[in-house]
Design a protein around this ligand. Structure first.
Ligand code: AMP
Length: 414
């Protein structure tokens, strides 16, 4: 399958070539013609599957050539759960529409609303926004929906997890009922189905990416380490393996800040990103990480949503996540869109319940691989081979869950 057969116009075909995309990803193959046909679409697709281009390319094609937006009007709204994702999707829309005359802006909280109000004054083709800031703009009479043609709900499951359901319902009441609606979600849980039923009109349901293929291309390593030696072990791994760009997940904001201090002390440039940091600090952290000035970005789960850095080589679970599904979200940041990646987890014996939950979710049992010089003081149940630090984990001969194929990132309904 080629991009050329999906119905995209020449300008967009030129863009995908410039992006270096050779073949469309499965979600793109399914979503692009569906969106171009102007049907409502419910797509089950995780971050890292190419879903942003999957909805953006056909969306900008539909908008292009249509009547231009009148003052304060938006023709397409993309709603995302987090500020970072909004900023990133807006920059993707700008990027993908570079050969078309399409105006795009992002509006999210944590920064002044006035510049966003000013941007809306002349009208916009695409506004990428978070639910709260969109309602603020509406309440301040800065935005009109009379000309709305397309609504995209990105990461709808996350929006529900983060408690945005009331905001979404309220937003729905403000929008014209005659519109095209596209909903993307990593899961197809009962609550998502209910939300889709209320918002979409006879949608095409695309489940091509119900499982995250990219997880199969990720090498996953589990190192048992004493909790008190995790920072030291991480610094050792960074130096020994010459990692130059890594996203590190910490279970707490405080843990993230203290790890940054220790990494910096060891000469590893690092910065944290979590809810207590200002929007400005978060954006600066992401920029520094993207442009290579920062080697390690230490993030909490909520702040990490939507971080997209092309071909992120390595993700580290400094703490195992409390929620097993977050393991799949976290490691999905590496090995994106078919590129191989590495996910390294530091496991301390107080995390055994979390490890078991992750093993159940991914349907495999990890081999615990001791880092030479960092054997945990309590004997961990390991059959490690110390010289094979990055060998693959053992496959459990029998998947533990019926219906969960090995190594797939299927997330349970929440
Ligand atoms: P997304 O799932 O939208 O967050 O996209 C994940 C990553 O895949 C982004 O870095 C995109 O630039 C990249 N990407 C999207 N479509 C393709 C494609 N067809 N081929 C290669 N990379 C792609």
């Amino acid at each position: 399958m080629s991009f050329g057969s999906l119905g995209l116009c020449d300008e967009l075909l030129k863009t995908v070539i410039e992006q270096g995309y050779k073949t469309p990803s499965p979600v793109q193959v399914a979503a692009i013609p569906a969106v171009l046909s102007q049907r409502d679409v419910m797509a089950v697709a995780q971050t890292g599957t190419g879903k942003t281009a999957g909805f953006t390319l056909p969306m900008v094609q539909l908008l292009f050539g249509g009547p231009s937006a009148k003052a304060q009007c938006v023709r397409a709204l993309v709603i995302t759960p987090t500020r970072e994702l909004a900023a990133q999707v807006a920059s993707s829309v700008q990027n993908y529409s570079r050969h078309l005359d399409i105006s795009t802006a992002a509006a999210f909280g944590g920064v002044r609303i006035e510049p966003q109000i000013n941007q809306l004054q002349a009208g916009l083709d695409v506004l990428v926004t978070t639910p709260g800031r969109l309602l603020d703009l509406y309440n301040q009479k800065a935005i009109l929906f009379d000309q709305l043609e397309i609504l995209v709900l990105d990461e709808a499951d996350r929006m529900l997890d983060m408690g945005f359901i009331d905001d979404i319902r309220r937003i729905q009441t403000l929008l014209p009922s005659k519109r095209q609606t596209l909903m993307f979600s990593a899961t197809f849980s009962t609550t998502i189905k209910l939300l889709a039923k209320g918002m979409l009109d006879n949608p095409l349901v695309l489940e091509v990416a119900a499982t995250n293929n990219s997880i199969d291309t990720i090498k996953q390593v589990m190192h048992p380490v004493d909790k008190a030696r995790k920072s030291e072990a991480l610094i050792h791994l960074i130096k020994k393996n010459k990692w130059h760009q890594l996203l590190v997940f910490s279970g707490t904001k405080h843990g993230a800040d203290s790890l940054v201090l220790q990494l910096e002390k060891a000469g590893v440039s690092a910065v944290s990103i979590h809810a207590n940091r200002t929007q400005h600090a978060r954006t600066a952290a992401l920029d520094g990480f993207r442009n290579g000035n920062i080697m390690a970005l230490v993030a909490t789960d909520v702040a990490s949503r939507g971080i997209d850095v092309n071909q992120l080589p390595c993700v580290v679970n400094f703490d195992l996540p409390y929620v097993a599904e977050d393991y799949v979200h976290r490691i999905g940041r590496t090995g994106r869109a078919g590129n191989s990646g590495l996910a390294v987890s530091l496991y301390s014996d107080d995390e055994s319940k979390r490890l078991t939950a992750i093993e159940h979710l991914v349907g495999r049992k990890f081999k615990l691989e001791i880092i030479p010089g960092f054997a945990p003081s309590l004997k961990a149940p390991t059959n490690s081979s110390e010289d094979d630090e990055y060998g693959n984990f053992e496959a459990d001969p029998k998947p533990r869950h019926k219906g969960q194929s090995q190594g797939r990132g299927r997330r349970g309904g929440r």
